[in-house]
Design a protein around this ligand. Structure first.
Ligand code: SAH
Length: 353
């Protein structure tokens, strides 16, 4: 394809919101700097149209690193015996919320491993506690695959959003990243259940995970289009030294940014974070993510003494700073590129619950 054909595909994606699988593959395979520049320019125009120069923040509370699963890429997988395991108490979680609320966060994200201690009742209790005390905040859960009944119970208790990355939409590729006990079919079913129940749903994938091909990425885009999530979180795969993928290459900044731009064109109103993993592979990664079309940042609100223990991958940034320092740093970073962090729930553009 010559440059003109590539720009034509970008225009087609912008104007129709979709591409055929072969078109996705060609664009990904033949991408170059000029195509990327044009993509980012168009992606940013669309993000500005719906969300202006506002960047929403989500206070991320990593509340347990205990996990029954054994995903091959993940640093806190069950079989990693070098991890010091922790679980925050209800009181510690409420403290995180208090700190976060005071510095302006209006969304809290409870993320963790699939920890057996998190019975439906415990999570329901946490949701009630947080929403009673901070009724003007949105609460997001990111605790993996659960039954439809549990998702429904938590929604009824006041949870607003749920993050569950599909990781890869290709069955064979999924098998190369996960043990037998996990299935892509179940992961997708969970996402459809969450959507039907009424959550604002986030999915996503790792860029450059081991064995990933352009065809796999094309399938990720097609799956996301079909699901129609409100949020899409992607970040580069980064190897963790205690996993079987320790010697694999990390995903690149360049491809991750390109995918962010494509996602913005495909899903104009989506909430798309510039992720911590993106900031980890490059010092200006998150700023570049915003310039490519992202409009959300998820700073860490976890207690500083447990952050080091929630290492999904190596060299994770911001594990040492207090929450207030993080928000100051991020405000400055965003200001420097003409964007503004706002204190708001930051719901999906025209979401009505
Ligand atoms: N247990 C929850 C939360 C998972 S952690 C769940 O199953 O949804 C959040 C995300 O971190 C994962 O979905 C995965 O995409 C990402 N992640 C895990 N290990 C990673 C690695 N080595 N590099 C980059 N991202 C990783």
């Amino acid at each position: 394809m010559n440059l003109e054909d590539k720009l034509q595909l970008i225009n087609q994606l912008r104007d129709t919101g979709s591409l055929a699988k072969e078109q996705w593959v060609s664009l990904l395979r033949e991408r170059d700097e000029e195509t990327a520049d044009y993509l980012f320019q168009e992606a940013r125009k669309i993000a500005d149209k719906y969300y202006g120069n506002k960047i929403y923040v989500r206070g991320l509370i990593e509340f347990t690193n205990i996990c029954k699963n054994d995903c091959y890429y993940c640093g806190i997988r069950r079989s990693n015996s070098n991890v010091e395991r922790f679980r925050l108490t209800d009181e510690q979680i409420m403290n995180c919320c208090e700190v976060g609320y005071d510095i302006g966060y209006r969304t809290f994200v409870l993320q963790g491993g699939e920890d057996g201690y998190n019975t439906a009742d415990r999570i329901t209790g946490l949701i009630r506690m947080i929403k009673d005390r901070y009724p003007d905040t949105a609460l997001t859960l990111s605790i993996g695959e659960r039954t439809r009944e549990e998702y429904q119970e938590w929604f009824d208790a006041g949870a607003d959003r749920y993050l569950l990355r599909h990781e890869t939409a290709n069955e064979e590729h999924y098998r190369k990243l996960h043990p037998e006990s996990l299935s892509l079919a179940n992961r997708k079913q969970c996402l459809y259940n969450l959507k039907e129940i009424g959550y604002q749903v986030g999915t996503g994938f790792m860029v450059g995970s081991p064995y990933q091909t352009e065809e796999n990425l094309a399938e990720d885009f097609l799956f996301i289009k079909e699901l129609g999530p409100h949020m899409i979180g992607i970040g580069p795969f980064i190897p963790h030294h205690d996993t079987q993928f320790k010697d694999e290459k990390a995903g690149t900044l360049e491809l991750t940014l390109f995918c962010i731009g494509l996602l913005r064109l495909m899903m104009p109103k989506a909430l798309i974070p510039a992720t911590t993993a993106l900031g980890t592979i490059s010092p200006q990664g998150r700023e570049m993510g915003v310039k490519a079309g992202a409009n959300v940042i998820m700073p860490n609100l976890s207690p500083v003494d447990t952050r080091e223990k929630y290492l999904l991958y190596d060299n994770k940034i911001c594990t040492g700073e207090e929450a207030a320092v993080c928000v100051g740093c991020l405000s400055n970073r965003m200001k420097n590129i003409g964007y503004e962090i706002v204190s708001a729930r930051g719901d999906y553009y025209d979401y009505t619950k």
